[in-house]
Design a protein around this ligand. Structure first.
Ligand code: DAH
Length: 355
């Protein structure tokens, strides 16, 4: 029996019983690899005379393609078998009930912060941030509130050390200081964020949110402050007209200072902003005190401007009809799924300010 026939018989036999790809690949390389059996036979051809070579090479080519075809067919069979097995074992039962999943919601406070940022950005304010842990200087002293000042007690501050050098910021006003210290005027920023005071009841939580506003330039006056707040409140509450009143007040860091109330009325248990003769306080504001400007190396004889601080949680409660502030921070998923926002809900204040 010639070598070629021997190889052929041996491997046809072997191939009959193969059932996995690994074995097939092994056989493939035994036959057709660099020093595979068939490859070797081809190498031997060189030493034959031309007539023999013709005969043997045609026999060899036939054997080669016969074996190759068989191998290909085996591979296909094995693959089909594997797929069939998979289909059998991994059958999907479309009648099974779906798996439940919880879709996240945007917290009303986050939503309102986005809305506020978007409204102010339309009139040229950029957004700044400051840390929740502040030093006493930025939170009080630089804001014209020296150590013995009674306003310090009013803030029910959470101090973080015995020497009262570090604290949880009691308002977002220290971001005014940080912003002015790191840059040069003009400044036109808002700074939303968390604030802390030791206080808790239906309308006060120890952690709450404010947005600070600051606009300093060469000719900024109270009329600009009024115009800016008027625009903001209308956009925020999505009304064409509002009633707004400035009440004289006192903050150490502004002079003059005012608190702003907006007019509202109750209709069928709902609060209507911009109508009626009830007043609701929503923010504090004023012209930045010259001492504050001096503390942050801004020359008050050249630059002046206004600042304001708005309680964000209060705005969110008013706009979305939520009446207990504490629920905001109880992380109750049922509450969030009721009052939260879908990520794709676009508030009208985002839709271009065309009104
Ligand atoms: N920081 C004040 C507070 O928390 C609010 C405030 C009032 C901020 C007047 C201001 C301002 O920027 O000008 O009570």
């Amino acid at each position: 029996m010639s070598d070629i026939i021997k190889i052929k018989t041996e491997y046809l036999n072997k191939l009959k019983n193969v059932s996995d790809l690994k074995e097939i690949n092994q056989i493939k390389s035994e036959l057709f690899g660099k020093s595979g059996k068939i490859s070797d036979e081809f190498k031997k051809l060189g030493s034959q005379n031309s007539e023999e070579r013709k005969k043997i090479s045609s026999e060899l080519n036939d054997t080669k393609s016969e074996l190759q075809n068989l191998i290909e067919k085996k591979i296909k069979d094995i693959e089909i078998n594997e797929i069939n097995l998979k289909l059998k074992n991994e059958r999907i039962d479309v009648t099974l009930p779906e798996r439940t999943f919880n879709r996240g919601k945007i917290h009303p406070v986050s939503q309102v912060i986005d809305e506020i940022s978007s409204i102010f950005s339309e009139i040229g304010f950029s957004v700044e941030e400051g840390p929740d842990v502040e030093n006493e200087y930025n939170n009080f002293t630089a804001l014209n509130t020296p150590e013995s000042h009674p306003a310090r007690d009013m803030h029910d501050t959470f101090y973080l050390d015995k020497n009262k050098k570090f604290l949880l910021r009691t308002h977002t006003s220290p971001v005014q200081v940080r912003t002015m210290l790191k840059g040069k005027p003009p400044f036109k920023i808002i700074a939303p964020g968390r604030t802390y005071r030791s206080d808790s009841d239906q309308t006060h939580a120890p952690m709450f949110h404010q947005v600070e506003g600051l606009h300093i330039d060469k000719n900024i006056n109270m009329a600009h402050l009024k115009g800016c707040l008027n625009y903001f409140i209308k956009e925020f509450f999505e009304v064409d007209k509002i009633k707004m009143r400035f009440r004289p007040s006192h903050f150490p860091f502004t002079e003059p200072s005012a608190e702003v109330d907006i007019g509202y009325e109750m209709k069928d248990g709902k609060i209507i902003i911009g109508e009626g003769d009830q007043w609701l306080e929503i923010l504090g504001c004023g012209m930045v005190h010259p001492n504050v400007l001096k503390n942050v190396k801004v020359n008050p004889s050249k630059y002046q401007g206004y600042a304001f601080g708005i309680g964000i949680d209060r705005l969110a409660m008013l706009k979305y009809g939520i009446n207990d502030l504490r629920a905001f921070f109880e992380t109750d998923y049922r509450w969030l799924s009721h009052f939260g926002f879908d990520p794709l809900d676009v508030p009208s204040s985002y839709r271009g300010l065309s009104r």
